[in-house]
Design a protein around this ligand. Structure first.
Ligand SMILES: [Zn+2]
Length: 198
C-alpha cells in the first residue's frame, strides 16, 4: 500500500530487536517528518558503521579499530583481566565502579548448538596478554549453559599458563544475561568471586 521505498524502510526497521510492525511504521513516519540534514547525518552514520567501527586489537572491546581507552588507561590495575562475552557487559561492570582492572571481550560464547567454537572467539589474543604482569583472570561470562561451557574452557587453558583463574560468584540469576543484572548483584558477584572447582 505504501510506496516501495517506504515499505523498504519499514522492513529495515522491523529487523531491529523488539520492534514489531506497528512500531516500525511509527518510526518510518517519524523519519519522514525529519529534516534532510538529520536524515543525511543518520544515513552517513549507518554507511560508515562497518567501515569505521571494529574492535580494539588488544582486548576486543568495540572501538574505532585502534587500541581502546580502557586499555590505554594508565590508572588501571594491570594485574587483573576480567573476561566477558560482549562489549555491553564491560559497560555494565564499568557502571558499578567496583572494578578497576583490565578487560577482555570474547565477542561471543562457545556454543556447539550454534557451531561456535573456541577458534571463533577472541581467545588467542587473551592468551597473548598473559605475561608476568597479569596475576588474575576473572571469567565473567553469563551464567547460561554456553557461558558456563566457555568459562570451563578458559579455566582449563589459562591454568596451564600459571595464572589464577576466578569466576564471578553465583547470585547472578541462572540463565540471565550479565548486562541485565542490577548493579548491586554484580558488585556482590565480583567481590565474592571464587576459584574454579575440580
Ligand atoms: Zn582495549
Amino acid at each position: 500500500m505504501y510506496p516501495e521505498l517506504f515499505d523498504k524502510l519499514i522492513e529495515h526497521l522491523r529487523r531491529l530487536p523488539g520492534i514489531g510492525e506497528k512500531s516500525a511504521e511509527r518510526f518510518a513516519f517519524f523519519l519522514l517528518d525529519q529534516d534532510e540534514e538529520y536524515l543525511t547525518e543518520f544515513g552517513n552514520t549507518l554507511y560508515d558503521l562497518k567501515d569505521k567501527i571494529g574492535f580494539c586489537p588488544v582486548c576486543g572491546f568495540i572501538s574505532d579499530k585502534n587500541e581502546c581507552e580502557l586499555c590505554k588507561d594508565e590508572n588501571r590495575d594491570r594485574s587483573k583481566i576480567l573476561v566477558v562475552s560482549y562489549s555491553k557487559d564491560v559497560i555494565a561492570i564499568e557502571k558499578t565502579k567496583a572494578y578497576n582492572g583490565l578487560y577482555h571481550v570474547l565477542n561471543g560464547v562457545i556454543s556447539s548448538k550454534k557451531g561456535i567454537y573456541p577458534d571463533d572467539l577472541n581467545i588467542e589474543a587473551l592468551l597473548k596478554r598473559i605475561d608476568g604482569e597479569v596475576k588474575e583472570v576473572i571469567v565473567a561470562t553469563s551464567p547460561t549453559f554456553d557461558g558456563e561451557t566457555t568459562a570451563l574452557y578458559l579455566d582449563k587453558i589459562l591454568n596451564s599458563k600459571g595464572v589464577l583463574v576466578t569466576r564471578l560468584a553465583s547470585g547472578l540469576p541462572m540463565g540471565a544475561s550479565l548486562d541485565y543484572a542490577d548493579e548491586l548483584t554484580l558488585i556482590k558477584a565480583m567481590n565474592n568471586r571464587r576459584k574454579f572447582e575440580g
